[in-house]
Design a protein around this ligand. Sequence first.
Ligand SMILES: Cc1cc2nc3c(=O)[nH]c(=O)nc-3n(C[C@H](O)[C@H](O)[C@H](O)COP(=O)(O)OP(=O)(O)OC[C@H]3O[C@@H](n4cnc5c(N)ncnc54)[C@H](O)[C@@H]3O)c2cc1C
Ligand code: FES
Length: 350
Amino acid sequence: MSPRHSPSAVKASTSMSSSSPTVARVLIDPAGLEFSVTEKEPLLRSGLRAGLPMPHDCCTGNCGTCKFQLLEGEVLQLWPEAPAQNARDVARGRFLACQTTVTTDARIKALGWPGELVPNRPARMEAVLAERRRLTKSLSHFRFRTELPAVFLPGQFALIAFSGVEGERAFSMSNLPNAEGNWEFIIRRSNGPGTAALFDMPVGRKVHIDGPFGKAFLRETDRPVLCIAGGSGLAPIMSIMRRLAQSEGGGIIDLFIGARSADELCLLDEIESWRRASLTKANYVISAGDRSDWGGDVGFVHQFLVSRCRRPLSDYEVYLAGPPPMIDAVTAVLRDHDVPAQDVHFDRFY
Ligand SMILES: Cc1cc2nc3c(=O)[nH]c(=O)nc-3n(C[C@H](O)[C@H](O)[C@H](O)COP(=O)(O)OP(=O)(O)OC[C@H]3O[C@@H](n4cnc5c(N)ncnc54)[C@H](O)[C@@H]3O)c2cc1C
Ligand code: FES
């Protein structure tokens, strides 16, 4: 059951228009901006669709960046067990905008307001699984096709919804935006029902793709670029690298790819072609597995950044993606080397 809540300390507003069963209005306090919410749509997505700088990171209930204070109106939690929210939050009238919708007109205070204004408003589209290809024991390449063009920036992600699985799952696009409507992903099969269903899904099955989301997209800059991928974090880094490979005279990109074992490294032909074309200096790091034929680095990527990068870390615009412990370890090293937070763009793959 998804509980409804209204703020105990605040009476329902009489100044706002009356609610409808399918559409309600939400006013953001004190910004004075209003947007409409369609039935069961998380507030975050309605706000982003309206072009508002809604604070957010993961869109999946894990990070807490989208938390808001309910001032007036009634909300419905779509996933009350979301990790980034606890009973104390709910008692104080604080909810996650990515996991909460409204059942009446409402007034809210977005706690991190304003967030970054993300280019390209997200859209929800029907998509068909067009292709699935195994890359390694745990990673596969997926291609979905939509009627509409695939509009996103390299580094962004989408939410995929499919029948039989509660909620949606976040995956980063590994290809480049295109008019043909191809959305490609590199997905790790975890122990959960979402990725299990995706790996067993027959080609031709329909899903819904909602996107793009995310702020770890490639910026226009003349500065040296450092890209770091851990595991399936390779997906957005491939998209960023593919875009950089198309641009002329951008200089050599320092690239780090971390994997559990040598046989979990993939797409090496493409990456090595970039190395041969002097586009990148690729560094591979494995943390476990059979090392008998492995001549490269062993450990975790953050341990090799300083020694393997061609410049001081503070010279770079940095893009990274992967599991939360890897992001935490890398960002700690970057902080220690005085890399400003605004030069570091990442997604934690919860
Ligand atoms: C921004 C971002 C980008 C990512 N990109 C990639 C990528 O490119 N490749 C990749 O392999 N992985 C990526 N991930 C990780 C990927 O989303 C997870 O591995 C995947 O969700 C696991 O799903 P599961 O069902 O197999 O596992 P589970 O552990 O069962 O699913 C966990 C996730 O499912 C969602 N969820 C579960 N139940 C509900 C519910 N009732 N209502 C709403 N949501 C629910 C939540 O997001 C939760 O974190 C990304 C994650 C994030 C946040
Ligand atoms: S954006 Fe809502 S919890 Fe991360």
